[in-house]
Design a protein around this ligand. Structure first.
Ligand code: AMP
Length: 280
């Protein structure tokens, strides 16, 4: 596996690959990799001639009260994991390489999809994400880029950005990879104490309960939300940023379930903010 740390070298690699007629698959990550990330890389390996994974903890997507310095980092382990799935290139730039002094250009979706769900709780977050993803697309020039359904709102915003700004990359959204007990894999799970780890299954159990109710014919969003909150309550999850039942494309709230619907939760388990969702 090639490790590239500069924009210049990354651009040169992609340009040479294109000249040789090779397709490039790209997986942007913030590192502290787990099986969820690797599932994206594996899909890229299947679809494309070359797979590039970036590891970059992006400072512009962290709010002033979010702890950038505490975000888990483990580049040695990341290298091993990426090599184990035969990734071709690890792009691992420094913060100065991506945001040199005087940096001042940002990309922002100003529509409803960027105002829904996490927006109120993480102001500026999606602007930071859209900006870094734009830069990475320009640096890597991928044919296909892979994102996880785990970050459902992010996936929608990126897809919209690619359409609105005419990027030459296709976006593939991959299913959520879970632990055996259902907890969605996340780099942040390492912050959970043993007690909090036990509580955390309440989020997926709440989503499963919602699915059961819907299977039985419940269509009333408020009723489903109530049940979700009850299940989380029973697991000791009391600090809930939101439980949203929204149209899976527009993220507009729905009162009565119809068509593809996203049920999304953001909640604190201990000090760790976890997100999860299902589409029904
Ligand atoms: P992150 O490093 O958390 O920024 O995530 C990088 C990419 O991996 C994003 O597109 C995420 O949606 C995706 N991802 C993170 N966790 C999972 C998971 N459990 N299953 C599938 N994809 C995931």
């Amino acid at each position: 596996m090639k490790i590239i740390r500069t924009i210049k070298a990354m651009k040169r690699f992609s340009r040479d690959a294109k000249k040789r007629g090779k397709t490039i698959g790209f997986v942007p990550t913030m590192g502290a990799l787990h099986n969820g990330h690797l599932s994206l890389a594996r899909q890229s390996k299947k679809d494309c001639d070359l797979t590039v994974v970036s590891v970059f903890v992006n400072p512009t997507q962290f709010g002033p009260r979010e702890d950038l310095s505490k975000y888990p980092r483990n580049i040695r382990k990341d290298k091993k994991l990426l090599a184990s799935v035969n990734v071709d290139v690890l792009f691992f730039p420094s913060v100065d390489e991506i945001y040199p002094g005087g940096y001042s250009t940002y990309v922002e979706n100003t529509g409803n999809v960027a105002k829904a769900m996490c927006a109120r709780f993480r102001p500026g977050h999606f602007k930071g994400v859209a900006t870094v993803v734009t830069k990475l697309f320009n640096i890597v020039s991928p044919d296909i880029s892979y994102f996880g359904q785990k970050d459902a709102q992010q996936a929608i915003i990126i897809k919209k950005m690619v359409k609105d700004l005419n990027f030459d990359t296709r976006i593939k959204i991959m299913p959520i990879v879970r632990e055996k007990d259902g907890l969605a894999m996340s780099s942040r799970n390492v912050h959970l104490s043993r007690i909090d780890r036990n509580k955390s299954v309440g989020i997926y159990r709440a989503l499963k309960k919602a699915k059961e109710l819907i299977k039985k014919g419940t269509k009333d969003a408020d009723l489903i939300k109530k049940e979700i909150c009850r299940v989380m309550d029973n697991h000791g999850i009391f600090i809930v940023d939101y439980v949203k039942i929204v149209n899976a494309e527009t993220l507009e709230p729905v009162k009565k379930l119809r068509g593809r619907t996203l049920i999304a939760i953001a909640a604190y388990v201990g000090k760790t903010r976890l997100i999860d969702n299902i589409v029904v």
